[in-house]
Write a protein that binds this ligand. Structure first.
Ligand code: AMP
Ligand code: DBH
Length: 557
């Protein structure tokens, strides 16, 4: 592997050895060599990317949050202090650290401090709760957990202390202030003298573990390398026109793959632009920020795009600075997509992406018809896309089929999941996306459905099996089946069919009881079924499986 030695000026620092992380399926060597040769993988780590920008634009504003502004120089300084502090607490290259934070500036400082050390963040969503977090900590054998004191009425500080006690491997629980202010931990970490920035990890190393919405029991972990991920970020910037003048509004959860890289916060940091951190994407939170900071680019899931279009606040704020609106995470209906340009005065870019890799965009200069009716085309000429039938045979062009993909930024396997990988990847390394798509002659993809057992609740993915397993833990539940049902705003919402045990009192165990039970088990709120229906039996398929299709179609209850 060719790598540029850092601190070459002093000549003292030599590159570290490649990191060996068990349970990762590497890219084939010949393809890795090809991706380097073609200039896709340029041999730079995330920390090097940030510090390149810091040296180019030290005085430029990187982050705006409320009244607070951080320049690139200040962000860089914060990163190196936090890195010193984290190192003093024993965090080293290769250590996994579950990062569970909302949209606050210290997120960037902490994540890049971990990158600087070569430690591996695991990106939990702010909405995750004990059930998910406990699993991430244990599965990734995390050394540290970073969260906020309080969020949405939840005492995460107490959770952190508790987990620190109950999980022996967990050496550090670091609690930051949920409102973005200081905390005892951040004060202490920031009090360290800054480390020198230098190469502590290699571009081919796993940079972080991103999470998949998943289809089976638990979210799967997605190992992404510096090289592959930053390639997708640079190309996303080119495709979305991100540069130094971009003012990007961050209103989706900061750790989500879309927010992070399409083109997202990393796009901004790579280009030396500005990001404005908002709490959520509602019009009353987002519109004032767009007006005040002259935001040029925003990213939303479809239900929020609908909320913007239908908001009475639209005419009360000056949104004229907005040039592009990215919409993705779930299917955006063409009827609504059509309204974006006339009603918001900006260019729509549809984004169809996945944390596993492949990202598709409509292009800024595409015809309106393509922009409203397709989900775009792949980032890279080296993204391979196949559309196949149930037997993995290519379908005739233009027909709907299963989307398979492989390429320079798509993983070859989930982290520590050999059995699941057998099912999710073909023998020759294509990822089975679980999406049903049509491909146009010029390579544009339209998503027409899904074959995976997953619910997409307005962009938030739910693995039914995870919820079913928790429902089965209730004494009164004999069996449970969770499906997505159509919803005008969210696209889908979730419904649980439940068979109670014989003798269980349906009066005593109602929908409210079960929802409360799931909440008490620490399941993220978006996964709690919207509707619970008690039935005597489930419809079955010919081979005796639960006929989920019939349950989805059923309007009973
Ligand atoms: P994940 O694998 O959890 O990162 O979720 C990615 C999945 O989200 C994709 O495989 C699609 O099912 C769905 N998705 C993302 N963007 C879109 C979009 N623009 N249209 C339809 N589905 C989407
Ligand atoms: O839904 C997604 O996972 C997603 C959507 C848009 C994504 O990962 C992305 C863009 O990168």
């Amino acid at each position: 592997m060719t790598t540029q030695p850092r601190s070459a000026a002093s000549g003292e620092v030599t590159d570290p050895e490649p990191l060996v992380l068990d349970g990762v399926v590497p890219y084939p060597r010949d393809l890795a060599a090809l991706y380097r040769e073609k200039g896709h993988w340029i041999g730079r780590t995330h920390a090097e990317m940030l510090f390149d920008t810091v040296s180019r634009h030290p005085d430029g504003t990187a982050v705006i949050f409320g009244e607070e502004r951080l320049s690139y120089a200040e962000l860089g300084d914060q990163v190196l202090r936090l890195a010193a502090g984290l190192r003093a607490r024993g965090i080293r290259r290769g250590d996994r650290v579950v990062v569970h934070l909302p949209n606050i500036p210290i997120y960037l400082g902490l994540v890049f401090a971990l990158f600087e050390l070569g430690a591996i963040p695991v990106f939990a969503l702010a909405a995750h709760r004990r059930s998910e977090i406990e699993y991430f900590l244990e599965f990734a054998e995390a050394k540290a957990y970073i969260t906020v004191d309080r969020q949405g009425g939840h005492d995460l500080g107490a959770l952190a202390a508790e987990l620190r006690q109950s999980i022996p491997r967990l050496e550090q629980a670091i609690v930051v202030s949920g409102d973005g202010g200081s905390s005892a931990d951040t004060d202490e970490l920031l009090s360290h003298a800054p480390l020198d920035h230098r190469r502590r990890s290699l571009p081919g190393d796993i940079a972080f573990l991103q999470l998949s919405g998943g289809t089976t029991g638990r979210p799967k972990m997605i190992p992404r390398t510096h090289d592959d991920y930053l390639y997708s970020v640079r190309e996303s910037n080119r495709i979305c026109g991100v540069d130094q003048d971009t003012v990007h509004l961050v209103s989706l959860p900061i750790s989500h793959n879309f927010t992070m890289s399409s083109p997202g916060i990393l796009g901004v940091l790579e280009a030396g632009g500005q990001m404005v951190l908002g709490p959520n994407g509602s019009p009353d939170a987002a519109f004032p920020l767009i007006e005040e900071h002259r935001v040029t680019q925003a990213a939303l899931v479809p239900p929020l795009a609908v909320a913007w279009l239908n908001s009475g606040l639209k005419d009360r704020y000056d949104l004229s600075s907005l040039r592009t609106l990215l919409v993705g995470g779930a299917k955006f209906s063409a009827e609504v997509a059509k309204r974006v340009r006339p009603e918001l005065g900006c260019t729509l870019q549809q984004v169809f992406g996945m944390a596993e890799g492949l990202v598709n965009y409509t292009r800024l200069d595409d015809e309106e018809d393509i922009v409203v009716s397709t989900q775009g085309r792949p980032i890279s000429p080296d993204d391979e896309v196949r559309v196949v039938d149930d037997e993995d045979r290519d379908v005739p062009h233009g027909e709907a089929g299963h989307l398979l993909t492989r390429g320079p930024y798509t993983i070859r396997g989930y982290y520590r999941a050999p059995e699941h990988n057998e099912r999710s990847f073909t023998a020759d390394g294509f990822y089975r996306t679980g999406d049903i798509v049509r491909l146009s002659p010029d390579g544009y993809i339209t998503v027409v459905g899904r074959s995976k057992d997953q619910i997409n609740r307005g962009g938030e993915k739910i693995a039914p099996e995870e919820v079913e397993n928790l429902l089965l833990a209730h004494d009164a539940v004999h069996d449970a089946s969770v499906v997505g049902i159509p919803d005008d705003l969210l696209g889908e919402r979730s419904k649980a069919y439940v068979i109670l045990r014989q003798g269980a009192d349906p009066e005593g165990v109602g929908a409210v009881t079960l929802k409360r039970f799931l909440r008490a088990r620490g399941l993220a709120a978006y996964k709690i079924p919207d509707v619970v229906d008690f039935v005597a039996e489930f419809p079955q398929t010919g081979v005796g499986k639960i006929a989920k299709r019939a349950q989805r179609a059923s309007t009973a209850g």
